[in-house]
Write a protein that binds this ligand. Sequence first.
Ligand SMILES: [Zn+2]
Length: 297
Amino acid sequence: MHHPITPETRLAGMATRLYRRFFQPDDPHGWADYHCVEEPDGRFWIHTHGLRRWRLPELEFTGVPQDMRGHAHQLMFAIIEELKPAVATRAVGDIEGVFSAPGQNFRQMATLRPALREDTRHRNILRIVDWDRPVESGFPARLFASHIAAWAELADDPAQKEAMCRRALAIFPGYFLEMTAGADIDPHKADMSDLQHRANLSVYLSLAGALFAQGRPDEGIGYLEEAIARCPGWGQIHRGWLIGKYRRKDAFMNFWRDADIAEICARRRPANTTGPLPKLKRAASKKGKTRCVKRSA
Ligand SMILES: [Zn+2]
């Protein structure tokens, strides 16, 4: 697909690029071009030109909703940074890293697949899709939901946080995982990567927090139950950890103290997905058992 080059299409003009080249020579903003092209359905095709400088193939997102364009660029730059040490031949396939915010408690995963494009100016381009998904899957909803989740964590204003989380749930509501999901997590240093990737757990927790902070505990509890129903094993272990740690008697802790995980699962999980909860091992909080897999991007 040929596309016109207009100020609308390009992320940055020449002046900005030259400035970056001069003052931040390693910054990919300065050396490559980033095109944002509207597709017939009103969504956007966002792609690079010029990554050859790092011996990388070009990258693209397809089907990006209008309000996700800024997020798409942030993710694109983070993924370029992740790939820069790799050579082109190793760039195809799965990637994993911290792409969104430095303090996020999960890693993000995506897959790069060759996209066949016929016009000569967009050959040798890799499409960023959700992890393990085919090239036709297009827009990586889980990756974008996790990106919003990471930023929602940092949002100070609860109303803004609520809006971000609701957008992330509209993009990817998360799956109801097996009953044992999250039961092996160490709550002291929880690595939420798997639960975020499959169930969008972080978004449910942030949304609940934003609602409690706005004096809407009943709605907040609804989303805590959604989180538990999606990740029952995690709910069970997280409950034990919270009760052991906090004595306060506010709506949040009262909910967790009274929470009957099995009952919540029976009520909230779709039919045929509810089984027995895993038996939890006692005293799993010894030092040294911590799985710390966080790494810098
Ligand atoms: Zn282009």
